[in-house]
Design a protein. Structure first.
Lengths: 288, 125
């Protein structure tokens, strides 16, 4: 499988925050979730891919092209959906579309009309009259209608109701029925990604903790639970974080099979969700 | 084809798919040569990762249950009759084992069980 997006050694420093050598790749025909707690650097990564802010080091290649040197071409093939879509408030959806469509060589008017209908978007209404969910749908319709090969979304599901979140996820898995297309979406709502994502890249404090196939992570990582006196935290192989409470100890390991071999019946072993992983890595190193 | 994924099951999703497809092939619900959905279609339908469905199909192919014909799709493999019979025998054995275990719990003896089976056989005829 070749990669539709390759990010390597990305660096960006702000006051009090730094992106440290972020590298990952999105294969064609797959959905990647970019997860991490608020402030981890997800949006910074997305903005660097779109060249909305200047990088200090590193490379971004989209469709095998450098995103700075080939910026117009790269952008015309990306469908970008920002967490709060921004269009002129006093203009109707149809007029926004007419203003934008000429920028995209692959614009598909029929597809756009179909999506308007499917998403029940009021074409003649002004942008500002739309609810947040409707604005997201409109941004998504624009992104899909220019036949984007890479759909890039920053927190698309934040603030959406479950009905539309499901609809959106369905659309995304529909998109990769075409195996040349891919989706990269950042989210802190991990349950969305737990379902459909093929790969997960987890960022914490500006650095990549892991970037691998979701199934691999969910199969090898796990939770170890035991009475506080039954095991020593330091005995847990692959320890990634833990918390202790009045009644026991709960720890995250990247190798639950090894933990089971070493500790046997002294502990209980559970599957770890992406949310557990996010919690323990960012918070779990002491008391609950 | 019918596939039901349980998130509460301790088995990984790809294994659940493998098991269900296999049993449908063995019991004849999926016939030789029947077309299976593509890995992408199946992933979309089940709302799971394409990597998971691909892994399930790879496993089924390795065990000889399905064939992927490049450019055409994935089909239930033409089964080696002997092999299929063996697999079905195994299925019968498993079910009998379950019946025996149940009978033991109730204290039904070997003889009574055989008598039950004889009656069942005669009913069929």
């Amino acid at each position: 499988m070749d990669n539709i997006l390759e990010v390597s050694g990305l660096r960006k420093r702000y006051k009090g925050f730094a992106l440290k050598d972020v590298s990952f790749a999105v294969p064609r025909g797959t959905i990647m979730g970019l997860i991490g707690p608020n402030g981890a650097g997800k949006t910074t990564v997305v903005k660097l891919i779109m060249n909305l802010i200047r990088r200090q080091a590193g490379r971004v290649e989209v469709f095998g092209l450098d995103n700075l040197r080939h910026e117009p071409e790269v952008k015309s093939r990306i469908g970008f959906v920002y967490d709060t879509p921004c269009f002129p408030p006093d203009i109707s959806l149809l007029r926004i579309k007419s203003a934008l469509a000429p920028f995209y060589p692959a614009w598909n008017e029929n597809l756009f009309r179909r999506l308007l209908e499917e998403f029940e978007l009021p074409a003649k209404k002004k942008f500002k009259a739309l609810s947040h969910g409707m604005k997201m749908k409109f941004a998504l319709a624009l992104a899909l209608a220019h036949e984007a090969e890479l759909v890039l979304m920053d927190e698309p599901t934040a603030g959406l109701d479950p009905v539309f979140r499901q609809e959106l996820l369905g659309k995304l898995s529909g998109l990769i029925q075409d195996e040349r297309k891919s989706v990269l979406f950042s989210s802190h709502i991990t349950t969305d990604l737990e379902k459909i994502a093929d790969h997960i890249t987890f960022i914490h404090e500006g650095a990549v903790v892991f970037s691998s196939a979701k199934d691999e992570i969910l199969e090898s990582w796990g939770l170890v639970k035991a009475g506080s006196r039954d095991i020593e935290v330091s005995d847990i192989p692959g320890l990634k974080g833990y918390r202790t409470g009045a009644f026991g100890l709960e720890a995250l390991t990247s190798d639950v099979a090894a933990a089971r071999r070493r500790l046997g019946p002294k502990a209980v072993y559970d599957r770890a969700s992406l949310e557990d992983i996010m919690y323990f890595i960012s918070k779990g190193n002491g008391h609950a | 084809m019918k596939i039901i994924i349980s998130n509460a099951s301790p088995d990984p999703i790809y294994e659940q798919i493998v098991r269900q497809v296999k049993s449908q092939i063995i019991n004849g619900e999926l016939e030789e040569g029947a077309a299976l959905p593509s890995i992408r279609k199946l992933a979309q339908e089940l709302q799971i990762s394409v990597i998971t469905t691909k892994r399930a199909y790879d496993e089924l192919e390795r065990e000889g249950f399905i064939d992927t014909v490049g450019g055409k799709g994935t089909f239930v493999a033409v089964q080696n009759k002997e092999l299929l019979r063996e697999k079905k025998m195994k299925l019968v054995e498993e079910k009998l084992a379950a019946a025996v275990a149940e009978a033991r719990l109730l204290g039904i003896g070997h003889k009574a069980l055989r008598e039950m089976m004889r009656l069942l056989y005669e009913e069929e005829e």
